[in-house]
Design a protein around this ligand. Structure first.
Ligand SMILES: NC(=O)CCC(=O)C(=O)O
Length: 271
């Protein structure tokens, strides 16, 4: 099966959910003219990193966002990996990703596990605890958020369950562009999965963002890469390629997890 992917590498209006929703709706309408299967949005696409105002602008239980993306998915017969938004609950605010299928059903919800202190997330956000696994177009997928890509063991926990596509949504700043590219390529090679990574473009009061959304195949080959400007990055992926690469070099059969755990314990004991 082939899937046509569109990563919407948007500039994001700081702290302005109404404007960002208007813009996203417009961009989704545009890319759907060329019949795409899956649309991906960046991290915190409704608010940006306006963390100090999240109490006022975060989405109560994600209700508005869920209904917004669900309607668009149904209308355009398209799956949407809806980046992430600030979700407000009685327990606090999380950085939460929603995934919706062509029928408009919410098929996944994941809240960012690793909070990024360099951008003050730990001061305003609660971390999530659930897995990022979901099924889209009969394919097991994983979703993670930005800083999560620096934790290969978290992503491995998803691919050992069989995830074949890894969606990464981000607001990754420009000064660490080479980390972004290298980490994403490494995650694709070591997990033998497609990596579909949607970053934002533009700047906010504190950061210039890198853009460079990427689609990488399970062999580590870059199929499509954006520059730093706002754009819709399109790519076609062949799902059969995952099984081919996993057959050629069977790393999931060759893993020795029992040794990794005992090695970690032994190293701690000896230090
Ligand atoms: N929004 C983020 O999680 C940014 C992560 C980041 O910039 C990094 O270097 O890691």
């Amino acid at each position: 099966m082939t899937l046509k992917i569109a990563c919407l590498q948007l500039d994001i209006a700081f702290g302005n959910p109404a404007e960002n929703k208007r813009h996203v709706q417009q961009e989704i309408e545009k890319v759907c003219q060329s019949s795409v299967d899956v649309i991906v949005l960046p991290e915190l696409w409704t608010t940006g990193y306006d963390l100090a105002r999240l109490d006022d602008i975060a989405d109560e239980n994600g209700a508005d966002t869920k209904s917004f993306i669900s309607k668009l998915a149904r209308l355009h017969n398209v799956c949407i990996v809806a980046g992430s938004i600030a979700k407000k609950t009685a327990a606090g605010i999380t950085n939460t990703m929603y995934i919706v299928n062509r029928d408009g059903d919410i098929v996944g919800e994941y809240s960012k596990l690793h909070l990024f202190q360099l951008m003050d997330e730990h001061l305003y956000l609660q971390s999530g605890e659930s897995s990022g696994l979901f099924t889209l177009e009969q394919t097991l997928c994983a979703g993670v958020i930005c800083y999560d890509i620096r934790f290969p063991e978290w992503i491995r926990a998803h691919t050992t369950q069989g995830a074949e596509l890894l969606f990464v949504v981000a607001e990754w700043p420009q000064p660490r562009l080479e980390h972004w590219r290298t980490l994403l390529q490494a995650r694709a090679i070591e997990n033998q999965c497609y990596v579909i990574a949607c970053n934002r473009a533009g700047k906010d009061p504190n950061n210039q963002f890198a853009g460079h959304s990427l689609v990488i195949d399970p062999w580590g080959v870059i199929l499509a890469e954006a520059d730093e400007h706002p754009c819709s990055l399109m790519a076609e992926i062949q799902l059969s390629k995952v099984k081919e690469v996993r057959k050629q070099i069977p790393i999931f059969q060759d893993r020795r997890p029992e040794h990794y755990i005992s090695a970690e314990k032994n190293f701690q004991k000896n230090s």
